[in-house]
Design a binder for this molecule. Structure first.
Ligand code: TYM
Length: 325
C-alpha cells in the first residue's frame, strides 16, 4: 500500500489536524511507502504574504517531525518542490467538467458569502487530485472534510483511465471513526477559518485558558448527561486512556459533576499528551539544518516517483513525440 497526504501551512496545526490526520500519518508510515507534503501551493489561495508563508511552511515541517513523522520511513517535502505535480494538474484540468468544481464546498461557501473566488480556489480540487495521483497513492489519510475532494480525484482518475487507458491508481480516503470531525471551542468543526482552534504547540497556559472557554450548556450539575452528544466529552475522549474515558463516560451518565472539572482534566491530559513532542520540537529548533536536509531528501524521493507517473500520463495523452508516429 502506498500512502499519501498533504496539509496546508495556513496556520499552526491544531488538535483537529492532529487527531484527524497527523496521527494517521504517523501510524501509517510503519511498513508502507509514505509521502507527506506541506501544501504550500494550496495555501497560496489564502496567504498572500511571502514571509508568513515561509515561516508557516517551516513551522509545519518542524511540527510534523516533532510529532513523530519519521523521515527514514516517509518522504516529507514541500508541495512546490515537485513541479511535476503542477504539470499533471494541467493535464487533468483539460478533462475536468466545470460543474464538478462548482459543486465543491470550499468554492461554494466562498461564493455564497459573496467573496469573489479566483481561479486558484476554483481549481483547488484538481491540484489536490494531481497531488494524489502523482504518487500512485492507494490510501489518503484525512479528516471528513476532505472526502469530497478525494471523490473528485477518483472521478477525474476514472474518466482519464477510461479515455486514455489504465494510467492512474484509484485512491481511497482513510478516515478515523472517532476523529473524523474534531470539534472546536464552539462545538462546530475545529478549523482555522472558524477561529475556534487549540493549537498543538500552543503555550500550555494559553491552551488551558482556551479550554476553560469551551462552550457548554446550562443544564444543572445533578442532571445525567449523554456523553455521545457532548463536544467537551468528545475532546476529552481523544486524549484520555481507555480507563479514564470509561470513568468519565460513567460520570456523565450519572450526573452530579461540573463541566469545569472536565475542562481541567482535559487541560492536564492535553499538556501531558504533547509534552514529549514539545521537547523534540525544541531540539529541532536548535538544529535547523536537519530540517532543511529532511525536506531536500524528501523532495528528491517524491520527484522520482512523480516523474514516473507524469511520464505515463504524457505518453498516454500523445505528448511524447520522440519518434515518427
Ligand atoms: P487542511 O490543511 O485543511 O487539513 C489538514 C488535515 O487535517 C484534517 N482536519 C481535521 N480532521 C478532523 N477534524 C477537524 N476539525 C479537522 N480539521 C482539519 C483535514 O481533513 C486534513 O486531512 N486540501 C487539504 C490539503 C491537501 C491534501 C492534498 C490532502 C492538499 N493536497 C492531497 C490530502 C491529499 C486541506 O486543505 O487540508
Amino acid at each position: 500500500m502506498r500512502v499519501l497526504s498533504g496539509i496546508q501551512p495556513t496556520g499552526r496545526f491544531h488538535w483537529g489536524n492532529y487527531f484527524g490526520a497527523i496521527r494517521q500519518y504517523i501510524e501509517l508510515q510503519q511498513g508502507q511507502e509514505a509521502y507527506y507534503f506541506i501544501a504550500n501551493l494550496h495555501a497560496l489561495t489564502t496567504i498572500r504574504d511571502p514571509e508568513t508563508l515561509r515561516r508557516l511552511s517551516w513551522d509545519a515541517a518542524v511540527d510534523l517531525l516533532a510529532l513523530g513523522l519519521d523521515p527514514d520511513r516517509a518522504a516529507l517535502f514541500l508541495q512546490s518542490d515537485v513541479p511535476e505535480v503542477s504539470e499533471l494538474c494541467w493535464l487533468l484540468m483539460t478533462g475536468t467538467p466545470l460543474g464538478l468544481l462548482e459543486r465543491c464546498h470550499a468554492f461554494k461557501e466562498k461564493k455564497e458569502k459573496g467573496i469573489t473566488a479566483d481561479a486558484g480556489l476554483f481549481t483547488y480540487p484538481v491540484l489536490m487530485a494531481a497531488d494524489i495521483l502523482a504518487y500512485d497513492a492507494d490510501a489518503v489519510p484525512v479528516g471528513e472534510d476532505q472526502i469530497q475532494h478525494i471523490e473528485v480525484c477518483r472521478d477525474l482518475a476514472r474518466s482519464f483511465n477510461h479515455r486514455y487507458g489504465d494510467v492512474f491508481v484509484m485512491p481511497k480516503a482513510k478516515v478515523l471513526e472517532h476523529a473524523a470531525k474534531v470539534p472546536g471551542l464552539d462545538g462546530g468543526k475545529m478549523s482555522k477559518s472558524y477561529n475556534n482552534t487549540i493549537e498543538i504547540f500552543e503555550d500550555p497556559k494559553a491552551a488551558r485558558k482556551k479550554i476553560m472557554r469551551i462552550v457548554t450548556d446550562a443544564r444543572p450539575m445533578e442532571e445525567p448527561k449523554d456523553p455521545a452528544d457532548d463536544h467537551l466529552f468528545a475532546l476529552f475522549a481523544l486524549f484520555a486512556p481507555p480507563d479514564q474515558r470509561a470513568a468519565m463516560d460513567a460520570t456523565y451518565r450519572r450526573g452530579g459533576f461540573g463541566y469545569g472539572e472536565v475542562k481541567k482534566g482535559l487541560a492536564d491530559l492535553a499538556e501531558a499528551y504533547f509534552a514529549e513532542a514539545r521537547a523534540r520540537r525544541e531540539d529541532l529548533e536548535a538544529n535547523p539544518k536537519r530540517v532543511a536536509d529532511v525536506l531536500a531528501a524528501g523532495a528528491e524521493r517524491a520527484r522520482r516517483k512523480a516523474r514516473q507517473v507524469l511520464d505515463r500520463a504524457q505518453a498516454a495523452m500523445g505528448l511524447k513525440v520522440d519518434r515518427a508516429p
